[in-house]
Write a protein that binds this ligand. Structure first.
Ligand SMILES: *Cc1c(COP(=O)(O)O)cnc(C)c1O
Length: 396
């Protein structure tokens, strides 16, 4: 008889992972998140972090974090609805609202729990959520926590969306369309102008998760809505503070009504401690820097264009990305993982992404170029891609 506390049912599942060749250990980084890092004891060029603007280890932002710690301490002491709501939390929300050109912005501890908390709070039985089939896991979890009905439309397929909308309009009270602003695996941008038009035609609300658009698209990284000039036409504009902004946190911006309701019903804010002062101080500085200058986003796009041009002209298949996310599509799953492993052996870290994260046969390494990369680092990485690509007969 096995002892229940040995967790043998989990051990069996772990054995299955090993048998399927998908068991893994996590790479360990011994430096700050920079363009070059020490990973598992070895210096490598980092082409996999979401630190788009290089803000994660920016001096000005670090100083702001330290200053916030000195004045407000290491922790906030409580959830916001009890006594964890500091003036710096409210100031940051006002700054974010201004940045996004919305009435109000409501702050969460992460983008993940922003989705988990907001979607369930703004929907109820009798409503329906219509979600792009490639939406992020945190949106899927948020939808699962909602008591509304749920359905999906084919990825960025407006005929599919309209079909679902037409059918839903007859049977449900409120309709909420949810989409990623930028899709993280392919780097394509949501067809937001068409989505907003369809939403208006069928009297639906819209919710955009702009995690990969935040700090990347639009003027100074204001996001996908700004990129398309759709201010005031998206009801829930969700932003991420952990990718482009380089630190931690999430928020949803929109109307004051949205803010007032979430401050009473957003469960991650009601039942989990508010962001610590260091994070609030750092994020506030990062957003201030973006509002002062476009130099950070300009540099990101300059590097991204350079990388796409170089990698594309070598003959790699870089898909249909419209953003700095640059997939190099290899296809076969095992070959993709081998490509990633060989790049690492040659000093370039790019994570391999395969089924079930992306469809079978579309395995890729996903290159994330940042504003912090130098041309010299990018050129060195290009050389490694060429060398390994030729060795593996991916390039002719
Ligand atoms: C990364 C990501 C999140 C989660 O962001 P965190 O701030 O790290 O919790 C949510 N949605 C999308 C689309 C993402 O890419």
């Amino acid at each position: 008889m096995s002892n229940i506390h040995e967790l043998s049912y989990l051990k069996e599942k772990i054995e299955e992972l090993k048998k399927d060749g998908v068991y893994r250990t996590l790479p360990v980084m011994e430096t700050a998140s920079e363009a070059e890092v020490i990973l598992n004891g070895k210096k490598v060029i980092n082409l996999s972090s979401n630190n788009y603007l290089g803000f994660a280890n920016n001096d000005r932002i670090k100083k702001a974090a330290i200053a916030a710690i000195e004045k407000y301490g290491a922790g906030s002491g409580a959830v916001r609805t009890i006594i964890g709501n500091m003036d710096i939390h409210e100031d940051l929300e006002k700054l974010l609202a201004k940045f996004k050109k919305d009435e109000a912005a409501f702050l969460y501890q992460s983008a993940f729990n922003c989705n988990a908390g907001t979607i369930q709070a703004i929907t109820e039985p009798g409503d329906i959520i219509i979600s792009d089939e490639l939406n992020h896991a945190s949106i899927i979890d948020g939808c699962r926590l909602s008591k509304a009905s749920k359905t999906v439309f084919k990825h960025s397929d407006m005929d599919s969306l309209e079909e679902v909308l037409k059918e839903s309009r007859k049977n449900y009270k409120n309709i909420l369309i949810i989409t990623d602003g930028v899709f993280s695996m392919d780097g394509d941008i949501a067809k937001l102008p068409e989505i907003v038009e369809l939403a208006e035609k069928y009297e639906a609300m819209t919710y955009v998760d702009d995690s990969h658009g935040s700090g990347v698209l639009g003027e100074s990284g204001r996001g996908t809505i700004d990129h398309f000039g759709l201010h005031g036409r998206v009801d829930f504009s969700m932003g991420c503070l952990s990718k482009g902004i380089g630190v931690m946190g999430g928020y949803v911006s929109g109307s004051q009504t949205m803010y007032d309701w979430l401050s009473h019903r957003a469960r991650p804010v009601l039942f989990s401690t508010s962001l610590p002062p260091a994070v609030v101080g750092a994020v506030t500085e990062a957003v201030t820097m973006l509002m002062e200058s476009t130099e950070y986003t300009d540099k990101l796009w300059e590097n991204a264009r350079y990388w796409k041009e170089k990698i594309g002209s070598l003959g790699f298949n870089t898909g249909h990305s419209e953003t700095p996310i640059t997939p190099v599509i290899i296809g076969d799953e095992a070959k993709t993982m081998e490509f990633s492993r060989k790049l690492l052996e040659n000093g370039v870290f790019v994570s391999g992404i395969v089924f079930p994260t992306v469809p079978k046969g579309t395995g890729r390494v996903r290159c994330m170029v940042t504003a912090a990369h130098t041309k010299e680092q990018l050129d060195r990485a290009v050389e490694v891609f060429e060398k390994v690509g030729k060795e593996m007969n991916i390039l002719k």
